[in-house]
Design a protein around this ligand. Sequence first.
Ligand code: EPU
Length: 422
Amino acid sequence: MDRLIITGGKRLSGEVQISGAKNAALPLMASTILCKGETVLSNIPGLKDIMTMSEVLANMGAGISVEGGCLRINTDTLMNKEAPYELVKTMRASVLTLGPMVARFGCAKVSLPGGCAIGARPINLHLMGLEKMGAKITLSQGYVVAKAKRLKGATIYCDISTVTGTENLMMAAALAKGRTIIENAAREPEVEDLANALVKMGAKISGAGSTVIEIEGVDELRPIDYTIIPDRIETGTFITIAGITGSNILIKNSRYDHIAAIAEKLRETGIIITEEGDALRVIGPPIGTLQPADVRTMPFPGFPTDMQAQFIALTSMAAGTSIVRETIFENRYMHVAELKRMGAHIEIEDNIATVRGVQRLLGAPVMATDLRASASLVVAALAAEGETIIDRIYHLDRGYEKIEDKISNLGGDIRRVKGGRT
Ligand code: EPU
């Protein structure tokens, strides 16, 4: 298994190019199931999760090729085939094939994702919505089977805002008969991006980006060329990297409207963030002067749970105490034990982390446990004294494209060691 070796304490400078958004690309890839023909997705990030979704689609008979950040998916030969456990267990987002499969073929079989490192993560709302649209859902031997001759429009209220749930239902409703209304829909930019793509494919959707989405089903959709939005969490991660290392960097290919809550919160810590066209100039405060800040994770437009771990790493070096409340997932503090091995002072009680800033972190061998936890270890390691060895970075490879190249281009001391011990 690969490891990252980081020697902290370097001031970074220069430019970094943000990749396309993983969590926008995955539903867009699933949406190709809805029609025949060749879809071309540009600004596709080179990530393990994209490869896994490609395998899921290829397993259903899709033709997939990738060249220079462009992913071509041909669904002419797509068959009604399951998303198997072997793939779903490595990436929960495979469940995004459920809605489009049942809408296009009248039947879908997807392995039920289990819990994962950050929480139980049920899919009851995805299933409830499909049932409301007339699908018959059965669970058998670890698989969800959804059947419906043709889905019917319905009014669906989600009592929790769910990102992939909203996406799954929106895709299913695009080919259903009649009007679907999703109430308390997720407002994340990735949901809006999917809606924009579906509209380009010929779907009739309004309200995406708000809490009520209306979809008037159509009989057929067509393939499109589409450019994926920049990854707002990667942008946020690089802002924390600049913040903790007291660096001045230019983060290119970023949308400020997607990271406004992140930027507002991180400014409280003393980081200067200014817009320069489609880039952000980020200047970290001098080492030792970072300020504490309290935060609560919330669905968009709130502060994202996917930035919580990096925020804790950042404030672990602030001059004071920060209170962090994780409200989305019940078990998303796995990074804390690892950060403590580097000298951070953090206590967890229920869903609240109390982060007492320290003047210095010390490099240590640590272990990545999930994607964002891994990112937080990179953030901390870049500011820590001495060498940090991060093990199990396959988690990081799921969501950050060439992170070691991007950081070393900025002057960071980071290298990947292939096939280290597990
Ligand atoms: N939930 C339910 N029932 C459902 C669906 C969700 O109770 O049927 C709960 C979840 O357990 C959780 C909350 O609702 O407590 C929100 O979960 P959501 O469904 O919104 O999460 P998701 O769609 O599974 C996406 C991202 C995650 C991100 C969350 C929250 C993708 C592929 N994944 O997951 O991204 O953390 O939204 O914003 O879009 C990551 O990139 O590292 C990552 C984990």
